[in-house]
Design a protein around this ligand. Sequence first.
Ligand code: DSN
Length: 413
Amino acid sequence: MSLEQSDPQVFDLIRKEAQRQESTLELIASENHVSTAVREAAGSVLTNKYAEGYPGARYYQGCGYYDQVEQLAIDRAKQLFGCKHANVQPHSGANANLAAMMALMQPGDSFISINLASGGHLSHGMKLNASAIFYRPGHYELDPKTETIDFDSVRAKAKELRPKVILCGYSAYSRIIDFARFRAIADEVDAKMMADVAHIAGLIVGGAHPSAFPHAHVVTTTTHKTLRGPRGGLIMTNDDDLAKSINRSVFPGSQGGPLMHIIAAKAVAFGEDLRPEFKTYAAQVVKNAKTLADSLTAKGYRIVSGGTDNHLMLVDLRPISMDLTGVEVAVTLEKAGIITNFNGVPNDPRPPRQTSGIRLGTPALTTRGLKENDIKLVADFIDRAIRSKSDDATLSKIRNEVAEMCKKFPMPH
Ligand code: DSN
């Protein structure tokens, strides 16, 4: 029986959500629109099976096709990133990071990263996260003038704490990450280097950002952001011993049965990422982000660090009005059909539920086919909406214009 017949309530909610996605502009930097092929694999009969273990060594019978699917995902991930080992089983980026840390550290060991408020991620040592409960995080800083990684601070923290792991890779950082410099510091203090490239993975494999390999000992990523796959995680390494520890840390260390339908969808997405057109996509994501940053700067907004080299930017709203909070701007933009998230800016005086900024990214818009001239119109919509935040009639007018624009850029099929 179809979903529509068997559960009209859920069917209707999914239908409405599809309409919402189709008629709005998605600027959340960590989101994307997957292909029909990826969705088909994610919604397939592969959800029915337990396949605990790894290809060729399962704890359940009937896994023949699952072995082949998982091996395809592994081989494609290795080819994409140019590395020796890949574990495609992590259910999410946070799970991938936890398993990587379990492989690299013993409980109580220390690591250094950037904190959440400066663009890091909760799984990089936020006090309520397992990464801070079981390990001891220390934090390096951004340079307050350039708002880019302060490598003096990385080195100083590394020498002070002698951590087991130096972690780089961020959720709200718009500049190129110099992986070689992180590795040099890791070598100085005999630490391992871990790169969480969740945000920029698609740019790396598309040739629009330098690779974390060969510098990083371990690379983690999600598969649903710029890689444009299903929601999930991935861990990679070139080190044979670490690969064994990583496999143990994922299963049985921190997960049970893998989500084989999602692993199939990862294989499909990695296949898509290997095609030459994905390079064009990655380059266009960056061009679009630069255009958006330049357009907003010309309208009086401040882009943290002065611009972007990747797919995202943090917009400091204070030059427009000191009273403007990130949360009210995000809510205002949603009324106009523009979907973003509020985000702290470096040294934000406001709490994380208010903030002085929003984070914008271009991966999803680029998937829909928007190019630089379209992005300039998006910047106009954003600016007009923010300046009309108390004027519901104008916001509704912009909402209609956004919906009209969206019709020109249908979802991928
Ligand atoms: N929550 C994700 C983001 O929005 O950046 C990171 O995992």
